[in-house]
Design a protein around this ligand. Structure first.
Ligand code: AMP
Ligand code: MG
Length: 497
């Protein structure tokens, strides 16, 4: 352990490392052969109070590769359990990641700094503890795109090539990703202690999580109930944002759901091109468990698993605890629906949800699904059509049967007229919630292929630049807004393992 200019010791304050030993395994990352920085997220580094220049020096890159532990860092692999596709696994844990420590950022927020792909840990089971370059680039692109869209997410501080080969179906270049999160505590972390009947551990974890992520709950008469309510509300809001952006997580297992309400663990995730509620991308999700439109139901299922773990803390009496848990879970549906309805109406330029608005929105989605309309482009084109019916021509082309749009548009226009807001204001408001640029899967794959096959990171860099301003027109970048041609379509994405 050496002093580091990239990560000064004074920046660290590692609250998770102060929890009892059974919460984690302490161990350093395993060094890699030949680290090379692919990209540093300068803006995020500054947000964290770190120097991008220092992080780009060989000493800084050594820290980001796991080859050097900065003084003040206390590397550890977190223990957790989880339901994977409905099956409970009592011990998962960080099998290929270590938490370096926590830093307090410039706004006073505590942020985890985690290396992913950092070598084997006691939780690795049969895995090699490493990450391949492709999935690292995917996580970098999609997590940063999510952040730019305004959707809560873990962030990516850096990607480093390891100079080593990882063996998957084929040999692949290896990489390490530095992930930044409000915390890496998952629903599965609570399940880990619950499955062991470790009520003391559970209470310590809950108290730690409340103090860190939900301090307001400390004032409540029943802080654990308040905590559960807050987690459920944040998760409901998060899933609404996913649906409004056309995002499909792909592996919403309870170990991949952070109690902070941030999107975490970008594996076989993707944004939809053509709208269809049943869209699935994950190569391992054969049943469509985590299909686009199933995500609210699965989130609520996961939250019910969290609620179960909290039963011993919710009340001394079993029935009373069960009643508290049930009423907290029951709040998910209405919370989700209200936020979804409001959000959807905003996408249509309606600042208030009235009468037939929900039916109008649902009708559009049905017509889009039946006609293969592109999700992102349709809503973006509606921004212009709200001002000028000349915009209809482009919209009609989104529908295999263009008349189906005309029919809907007539009713939508009548509703906009009745609302009476200035058209320019409506368009501006709509553009602020309907992005032009999302990380389209074919672009992500193109960037990964160039990097992995040709060691060319230019498409990756360009894509990141475009996605940093998803709501802005970007002259010369129009092609990035386009859906894939049939020959560019990507139907499945694979896990990052
Ligand atoms: P994931 O599917 O990435 O959410 O991972 C599920 C579990 O498998 C977690 O406990 C991971 O730490 C572990 N895991 C995934 N990939 C690897 C790997 N290459 N080596 C060791 N553990 C892994
Ligand atoms: Mg995971």
């Amino acid at each position: 352990m050496l002093p580091s200019e990239a990560f000064p010791a004074t920046r660290f304050d590692n609250s998770y490392a102060r929890l009892p030993e059974r919460f984690f395994a302490q161990l350093p990352p395993t060094p890699v052969a030949a680290p090379r920085l692919i990209r540093l997220n300068d803006g995020l580094a500054r947000e964290l109070g770190l120097s991008p220049e220092a992080l780009k020096t060989p000493e800084g890159v050594a820290v980001l590769a796991g080859n050097r532990i900065p003084e003040g860092g206390e590397p550890l692999a977190m223990a957790y359990a989880g339901h994977q596709f409905g099956n409970f696994v009592p011990q998962l844990g960080d099998g290929r990641a270590v938490l370096l420590g926590e830093v307090i950022d410039r706004q006073g927020r505590r942020r985890d700094i985690q290396l992913k792909g950092s070598g084997p840990t006691p939780f690795s089971r049969r895995g090699d503890g490493r990450a391949a370059l492709g999935p690292v680039l995917r996580e970098y692109i999609v997590s940063e795109a999510m952040a730019a869209l305004g959707i809560p997410t873990t962030r990516t501080l850096a990607a480093v090539e390891s100079g080593e080969t990882v063996r998957r179906e084929t040999p692949l270049p290896g990489a390490v990703l530095t992930r930044v999160a409000a915390s890496h505590i998952r629903v599965g972390t609570f399940q880990y202690f619950s499955a062991r009947g470790d009520n003391e551990g559970l209470r310590l974890l809950a108290d730690h999580t409340i103090a860190r992520l939900y301090p307001d709950a400390m004032e409540a008469p029943n802080r654990y109930r308040a905590f559960l309510t807050c987690v459920i509300a944040r998760q409901a809001d998060l899933i609404v944002q996913w649906l409004l952006a056309g995002f499909i997580h792909g592996v919403m297992n309870t170990d991949n759901m952070a109690v902070s309400g941030e999107t975490i663990d970008y594996g076989p995730c993707a944004f939809m091109d053509a709208y269809h509620p049943g869209t699935v991308f994950s190569s391992i999700d054969h049943q469509g468990r985590y299909a686009y439109a199933n995500q609210p139901r699965m989130a609520q299922w996961n939250l019910a698993r969290l609620a179960e773990t909290l039963l011993p803390l919710l009340a001394d009496d079993k029935d009373a605890a069960l009643a508290e848990a049930q009423s907290a879970i029951d709040a998910f549906g209405p919370r989700f629906q209200a936020a979804y309805d409001t959000g959807f109406c905003r996408k249509l330029g309606l600042s208030r949800t009235e009468g037939e608005d929900i039916a109008l929105a649902e009708d559009l989605l049905t017509r889009m699904a039946d006609n293969g309309a592109d999700f992102t482009l349709t809503f973006r084109l509606l921004c212009d059509a709200a001002v000028d019916p000349a915009g209809d021509a482009a919209l009609r082309r989104q529908f295999t049967e263009p008349a189906t749009y005309d029919d809907w548009a007539a009713r939508w226009r009548a509703r906009l007229t009745q609302q009476g807001a200035a058209p320019d204001a409506v368009r501006a408001q709509m553009r602020a919630v309907n992005p032009l640029f999302i990380p389209r899967n074919h672009r992500v794959e193109e960037a990964i292929a160039a990097a992995v096959n040709g060691h060319d990171f230019t498409p990756f860099e360009t894509l990141l630049t475009v996605l940093a301003a998803p709501y802005d027109e970007q002259p010369g970048r129009e092609a990035y807004a386009q859906p894939p041609r049939p020959d560019q379509m990507v139907h499945t994405t694979f896990c990052g393992t």
